[in-house]
Design a protein around this ligand. Sequence first.
Ligand code: G3H
Length: 496
Amino acid sequence: MAGSGTFAEIIGGDVFNYYSDGQWNKSSSGKFVPIINPTSRKIHFKVQACTQEEVNKAIESAKVAQKLWAKTPLWKRAELLHKAAAILKEHKAPIAECLVKEIAKPAKDAVTEVVRSGDLVSYCAEEGVRFLGEGKFLVSDSFPGNERTKYCLTSKIPLGVVLAIPPFNYPVNLAVSKIAPALISGNSIVLKPPTQGAVAALHMVHCFHLAGFPKGLISCVTGKGSEIGDFLTMHPDVSCISFTGGDTGIAISKKSAMIPLQMELGGKDACIVLEDADLDLVAANIVKGGFSYSGQRCTAVKVALVMKSVADTLVKKINDKVIKLTVGPPEDDCDITPVVTESSANFIEELVMDAKKKGATFCQEYKREGNLIWPLLMDNVRPDMRIAREEPFGPVLPVIRINSVEEGILHCNASNFGLQGCVFTKDINKAILVSDAMETGTVQINSAPARGPDHFPFQGLKESGIGSQGITNSINMMTKVKTTIINLPTPSYTMG
Ligand code: G3H
């Protein structure tokens, strides 16, 4: 059970403590932030509402700890990360239980998230040893006008304090995807978890605590964004921000100082289906891609753009699968579970009602109980409907029938987002042409969009983000290049 056994020290009374300076602390604010269970819609957990002063102290400790950590041999940093990964996997059950209660993630997917996170941490340790263990050597006489009198040694050095802000849908995995690259690179980390998912994140941080990282190196501060959000992101001692979430990221990028930013801000991932596509494969991918975790993934299929000639057949095949999806509580490992908050459910409903009013064909009756929305396939959607352009983050999927592949590409590129997209065809030449034409960070050929495997580059264009993620790219982004130049005597003084 959350907060019991190994994790007992992270809770005081009925409020989970925040983590700073190697200790689990109560906030002096005397206030807490409630975490509402999306299924019961009742308060399930409480976390400390940290003050700005407490956040400041966490950043100060992180700054001090980082100086020593940067001097800790790379192999030792890797060793500690491997240890944390093992502890994390050992504690997959209680952490997964938090994910079920806080964000209504289906039970099996919750366990997968924790295991995937352990694997990510280990891979990051290994990749860091290789990637950071190498530098570059340049000689001056390769540039016109120079003699061979300068040797340039290039290495990668840490940035300082990295601020990690993960989203509610992967509070563990998208936290470690920021924490592990930061730590292996010699940075310290301050984590601000999402409200829904904060307790899972605190449990995950406790695994790093148990692994024995130096005190102050890792902090996890909880609280209201309105109180500590800007304070964190505008803090002069934060040297890098890695954020995943909604359009708050745009505001952060405008307010932050001149520091490296890594941002992933959502998508309207399009699936373009050509006439020669394997329709069984398409249907399976659209249902998995569109409805897993109830569509609450930035990489979910969010609009299917289907050639008219195959649309009837494909919609039927998709619908045959949609009606088989199980709907209910995450504890029962249902496919479709309640969406994270009431306001999310209300937003999804707004988009659905707009489509209904404008004449979309509903393949099912729209049904909602509390935060639980039954899966809905909408056919004959037109570009003027909000659901065609906006990101519902819910279990509702619009199908737009297209007359040409160009029409599909045009719709995809009209979006302000540009995260991922996919194209289904048996013709690899067409697939490559479509991929080149789609303005997205990644195009999947014959598969639904997805971030993983976690060492693949992951990036969005336009309002979908800044920078590229994936283990190697994150390590690279969380370091700076440092050069040392050895100046030799001029050639007239050289021997021989
Ligand atoms: O929600 C955003 C995540 O980066 C998507 O990750 O493709 O593994 O579900 P995923």
